[in-house]
Structures are given as structure tokens and as C-alpha cells.
Ligand binder design. Structure first.
Ligand code: COA
Length: 252
């Protein structure tokens, strides 16, 4: 992990195996996101891959000799780490530079925003191996792109390009490969110009409210909205806005 101007970059660095996720890589991803979450110098995270892949999935060689209990435990270890990305109060952007297959697509979906290079490829090909996704693909994919499109990808195992991923709502933006990190960094700087507690609260309320009945979710939102009144960022931000709009206004 490297940190520059409050942006931590986590690079999955196993390019000879297209950054396939073995136990070590999963553990290191967990350490990296926890470090980013706790390091006061970090405001947000960009996740990317070294070489021509983002992540080409779980390491298939590690899946080969697993029994049911071991394979379930492996899925759950990864799920816990991916959830650390999803619940990070600091925004996480996936800068998808190449293959995002299986666990790669799943980790990208656990990030808050996805920017894809034109060369990126997405898919959940687990059925071709006689498996389901294990790191959240059956759950996050329908939530992002809708049930019908998700089932098409899950059942065919087909791989789609970045433009198709954008069309179905799987990624937020597609950019030329040489602009990927710069675009992610610029978007992150735009985000980090905003109040950090408000950013964390947005992420928390979206995550916590997503599967609740609307009324309960709205209560969560109102609570966060109200609590932010206690922050200096809210007082300053509101005051600055009103003073700009209505010079002399002192009532905030
Ligand atoms: N697990 C372990 N190793 C993997 C891997 C994975 N998921 N994906 C790629 N690799 C390894 C290959 O075995 C190869 O290693 P080697 O050079 O030691 O033989 C290396 O990465 C390069 O991959 P290769 O297949 O030669 O590249 P390619 O450009 O011909 O094909 C892919 C790229 C992504 C289409 C192909 O590697 C692939 O289908 N990978 C598996 C994708 C998948 O099913 N993921 C879901 C797993 S649950």
C-alpha cells in the first residue's frame, strides 16, 4: 500500500498468476484495508491490480483439493475481507485495469465505486468450474445490475467487456487504460474535498439501510443527518454556503 495526498493505493501484486486470490493475497488484502481504515493520513483508497489483470479470480489451484467444509471456510474468510472494503468509512474506488473475473469481479463490487479501463473484462465464470461464486457474487451482482442481468452472467459464465459492464450498471465509468489511475485519483480528490464524517455516514447508511424496510432505513438516515449537526464540518460547510449565497447571513 502506498499513500499520496491522503489517497492510499492498494495494488494486488501477483501478476504472473493474473493476481489470482490465494490465502496469502486474501490475508494481505485484509491487512491493507485495515491499515487504510485506521491510518489517519488516509482519506480514501484506490484498489487496482499489477500487470494485465485486476484479479482473475480465486486461485483455482487452491480450490482443487478442497472438501466441502474447507471450501465453505475459504469462501467465508474471503467474504469477511471483502466486507471490510464495503464497510470502510473511507471511500474505496476499484480501478479495474484488466481481468476482473470471479473473485475479482466480486471484490470490485464490494468497493464503493468502480472505474474500468477500456481493456477490462468482467465475469463470474464459476459455473464453468462446477461452482457458484463464493465471495458475494450471487448477492452483490443482482443488487448492482438487477436479478435478470445478474443471472445471465452467473448462469452463462460469459465474460463481458468494459462497455457492456458500463451499460448494465456494473461500472461507473470507462476510460482509456492510460487514464485509469488519474481518473480514479481525480474522482477521489473530488470526494475527499467533502467532509469525512459525512462521507463515512453516507457509506454506513447506504450499507445498513439497503436491505431494511424503507421506513427503518429512513430512520437511520434521519439519525445520521441529525448527528452530523454536532460536527464542525457541518457548521462550517453550511455557514460558508449561506455566506456565499447571502452575504452577511450570520444565523447558522
Ligand atoms: N487461478 C490460478 N491461476 C490463474 C488464474 C486463477 N484464477 N487465472 C490465471 N491464472 C494463471 C494461469 O494459470 C497462468 O499461469 P502459468 O503461466 O503459470 O500457467 C497465468 O495466470 C496466466 O494466465 P493464462 O491463462 O496463461 O492467460 P490468458 O491470457 O491465456 O487467459 C484468462 C486469461 C483470465 C482468460 C484465464 O487465465 C482464465 O480463464 N483464468 C481463470 C478465470 C476464472 O475462472 N476465474 C474464476 C475462478 S473461481
Amino acid at each position: 500500500m502506498g499513500v499520496a495526498e491522503r489517497v492510499a493505493t492498494i495494488t494486488v501484486n501477483r501478476p504472473d498468476k493474473l493476481n489470482a486470490l490465494n490465502d496469502r493475497v486474501i490475508a494481505e488484502l485484509g491487512e491493507a484495508i485495515d491499515e487504510a481504515r485506521t491510518n489517519a493520513d488516509v482519506g480514501g483508497v484506490i484498489l487496482t491490480g499489477a500487470g494485465r489483470a485486476f484479479i482473475a479470480g480465486a486461485d483455482i489451484s487452491q480450490l482443487e483439493h478442497q472438501e466441502p467444509i474447507g471450501l465453505k471456510a475459504l469462501a467465508q474468510r474471503g467474504q469477511v475481507v471483502f466486507r471490510r472494503f464495503e464497510t470502510s468509512p473511507k471511500p474505496v474506488i476499484a480501478a479495474v485495469n484488466g481481468f476482473a473475473l470471479g473473485g475479482g469481479c466480486e471484490l470490485a463490487m464490494a468497493c464503493h465505486i468502480r472505474i474500468a479501463s477500456e481493456t477490462a473484462k468482467f465475469g463470474q465464470p464459476e459455473v464453468k468450474l462446477g461452482l457458484t461464486p463464493g465471495y458475494g457474487g450471487t448477492q452483490r451482482l443482482p443488487r448492482l445490475v438487477g436479478k435478470g442481468r445478474a443471472l445471465q452472467l452467473l448462469l452463462t459464465g460469459e465474460i463481458i467487456d468494459a462497455h457492456e459492464a458500463f451499460r448494465i450498471g456494473l461500472v461507473n465509468r470507462v476510460v482509456p487504460a492510460d487514464q485509469l489511475i488519474a481518473t480514479a485519483t481525480t474522482m477521489m480528490q473530488t470526494i475527499l474535498a467533502n467532509a469525512p464524517l459525512a462521507l463515512g455516514a453516507c457509506i454506513e447508511v447506504v450499507n445498513a439501510g439497503y436491505d431494511l424496510p424503507l421506513e427503518d432505513a429512513m430512520t437511520l438516515e434521519a439519525t445520521a443527518f441529525g448527528l452530523l449537526a454536532a460536527t464542525e464540518d457541518k457548521r462550517e460547510g453550511t455557514r460558508a454556503f449561506l455566506e456565499k449565497r447571502a452575504p452577511g447571513f450570520k444565523g447558522v
